[in-house]
Design a protein around this ligand. Structure first.
Ligand code: ATP
Length: 200
């Protein structure tokens, strides 16, 4: 019988604008079959064609509040009056189906994952400097001035937390993109191999 293996949960964090989405986009394009995505919960109604449990777990505001109270979420947030959250169970569902689960989350989410029994590895994407981060956030053109300032304030906190010993297994500085991608890729492939070897 084939050995039962549980793929890892890989947590990628780092300040907004550090380049997480750009790095992950390349990773998923290069390894289309290795990773799975957790299904989020939301209180917004389904759009045409959206299926419960596939695109989202659609829940009522009361149910969502109960899940928060029961500490079932790794992260949750409200956008335009609707709540969204990543549950611990949704992540377990991915690894139980044999796919590694990558979570692109903020510092509070990282702390939350550390409190669970998920077998997680942590990678931090750091900007070369706060000045360069500011340039990228402005260059992306997606944020208002107020939002840029808020993200920079948050970035300073994230960078401080990243320096606490043992919080992250790996820090990749996204200075030169190709170099950063190579480092991230090698580390993640290593984690996938390690995890498979451990459980065989
Ligand atoms: N090494 C790099 N050099 C220069 N620009 C970069 C580099 N990496 C990413 N960028 C650019 O910086 C901007 C921010 O990158 P990205 O959107 O991937 O950040 P993020 O960390 O995912 O942010 P958020 O958490 O807000 O989603 C983008 O415009 C991206 O093209």
């Amino acid at each position: 019988m084939a050995p039962v293996t549980t793929p890892p949960v890989i947590v990628i964090s780092g300040p907004s604008g550090a380049g997480k989405s750009t790095l992950l986009k390349r990773l998923f394009a290069n390894y289309p079959d290795s990773f799975g995505f957790s299904v989020s919960h939301t209180t917004r109604p389904p759009r045409a064609g959206e299926r419960d449990g596939i695109e989202y777990h659609f829940v009522t505001p009361d149910h969502f509040t109960q899940l928060i109270a029961d500490n079932k979420f790794i992260e949750h947030a409200t956008f335009a009056g609707k709540s969204y959250g990543t549950s611990i169970q949704a992540v377990k569902d991915v690894v139980n189906k044999g796919r590694a689960c990558i979570l692109d989350i903020e510092m509070e989410g990282v702390k939350q994952v550390k409190k669970t029994d998920l077998d997680a590895k942590f990678l931090f994407v750091a900007p070369p400097s706060v000045e360069e981060l500011e340039k990228r956030l402005r260059g992306r053109g997606t944020e208002s001035e107020d939002a840029v300032q808020k993200r920079l304030e948050q970035a300073v906190k994230e960078l401080e937390y990243s320096k606490v010993d043992g919080v992250h297994d790996r820090v990749v500085v996204n200075d030169d993109f190709e170099k950063a991608y190579k480092e991230l890729n090698e580390w993640i492939v290593g984690v996938l191999h390690e995890s498979a070897a451990e459980k065989n």
